[in-house]
Design a protein around this ligand. Structure first.
Ligand SMILES: [Zn+2]
Length: 137
């Protein structure tokens, strides 16, 4: 039986201390806030994989890792959409948030909520004013 993560809140807190740098669309370099080691995180639709010790020990049938590095990368991705993720280890706790839930493996469930309203959805109201070209003659 594979180990499971029992304290999602602790992992979530830890994930906030990491630094995330995006390399490709689904590939992130996550620098640990504690050890300053850099791990490679690959995100899929339902979570991601990680090169940290925990991530490398994930079973072949489900390589997904719900370590703090993957959560940091998921939160980074969510932040680009103006959202913030929260981690839970019980379905009941997650459901209580009344948000859509995402199971990312290791028994960890994420919910996301809007952190701030992204401005820019009002686009195409008017064309860019910078297109005015002055003609000298
Ligand atoms: Zn990891």
């Amino acid at each position: 039986m594979a180990q499971t993560i029992t304290s999602a809140k602790q992992i979530q807190h830890k994930s906030r201390g990491h630094t995330v740098r995006q390399v490709r669309s689904n590939w992130y370099k996550v620098t640990s806030g504690e050890t300053h080691r850099i791990y490679d995180v690959n995100l899929g639709v339902n979570g991601g994989t990680c090169t940290c010790e925990w991530g490398r020990q994930r079973p072949d049938e489900d390589r997904r890792s719900a370590c703090s590095h993957v959560i940091a990368a998921l939160n980074y991705r969510a932040a680009q959409k103006g959202r913030q993720v929260s981690a839970w280890t019980s379905v009941e706790d997650a459901r209580r948030q009344h948000r859509s839930t995402l199971s990312i493996g290791d028994g960890v469930i994420l919910t996301s909520r809007v952190k701030w309203h992204v401005s820019g959805f009002r686009s195409r109201s008017k064309p860019s004013a910078s297109q005015k070209k002055s003609r000298a003659h």
